[in-house]
Design a protein. Structure first.
Length: 277
């Protein structure tokens, strides 16, 4: 094993690209390993025991690939397994993402907050406890969107089927009452343009990516393990556009095929468009 220089970021599939993209914008001089556990996607419909075993295997992989920190870029995996993994891998910083409920409630100005997530995230105590802790005025509602991960994994981000699915799921809610939409699954960022069309004008969409990257930066900074951050916006674009600092894996298999790598490049392009919405 060599010197720990990489930041490992993983998810059950492509959703974790949301956090990788954000990290590359905020920490463009770092080296990354992105791991999509496509053999087991989606995590959000699996049992707790299954998810814990998947996460354990990925973190072992990251530790064996010279990672100085690991980011669980999956709300479901964070809710189910993060605390257990931190105890098991005590010397390895493990940062998890969680739905950005607290800032959404703080910014809601009395309007309701809708949190959309996978079934397992919605039913986990971690999210329920978070809502209870910050939602003094009982403004928060939770909505499961189990099919959206499947749409994302097949690259179907904008379609009549996606729109119809979301309209059906939203039909039980008076959306005019909502001022905040919390994207509680990293896959959901790929659909921000469709969410924007369906939600009332002025609805604020928020996810946990920026806060998670700030936490990662804080932890690495305390350890003196941050790479040089001196770069301008144009060079940040070149870094992630060319992916010169990222190795991509699918369930432990490194992706070297040019066509497959181009798929990841295209996902970065879409995420950059969604970042501006």
């Amino acid at each position: 094993m060599g010197v720990n220089v990489n930041i490992g970021i993983f998810d059950s599939g492509i959703g974790g690209m949301t956090l990788l993209h954000q990290a590359m914008m905020m920490m463009p001089r770092e080296k990354y390993i992105f791991y999509a556990d496509t053999d087991h996607v989606p995590y959000g419909t699996k049992s707790r025991e299954q998810v814990i075993s998947y996460v354990d295997a990925v973190i072992r992989f990251m530790a064996d690939h010279d990672c100085k920190a690991v980011v669980i870029a999956c709300n479901t995996a964070t809710a189910v397994a993060a605390e257990q993994m931190r105890r098991k891998y005590a010397s390895l910083p493990i940062i998890g993402i969680e739905p950005a409920v607290k800032p959404a409630v703080a910014e809601s100005e009395g309007k309701r907050v809708l949190v959309v997530a996978t079934p397992l995230t919605v039913h986990e105590k971690k999210l329920q406890n978070l809502v209870e802790r910050v939602d003094d005025d009982h403004l928060v509602d939770l909505l499961e969107l189990p099919c959206l991960v499947r749409f994302a994994e097949r690259g179907e981000f904008v379609s009549d089927e996606v729109t119809a699915y979301l309209k059906k799921q939203f039909s039980a809610f008076d959306l005019e009452k909502y001022g905040e939409l919390v994207l509680g699954c990293t896959h959901f960022n790929f659909f921000k343009d469709t969410f924007r069309k369906l939600m009332p004008p002025g609805t604020h969409m928020i996810d946990g990516s920026q806060g998670t990257v700030r936490q990662l930066m804080r932890i690495l900074g305390e350890k003196g393990a941050l790479a040089d951050r001196d770069t301008d916006e144009s060079s940040r674009w070149e870094v992630y556009k060319n992916d010169i600092s990222v190795r991509y894996f699918e369930s432990g298999r490194e992706i070297l095929d040019a066509d497959r790598l181009n798929t990841f490049h295209n996902l970065h392009e879409r995420l950059e468009k969604m970042r501006c919405l």
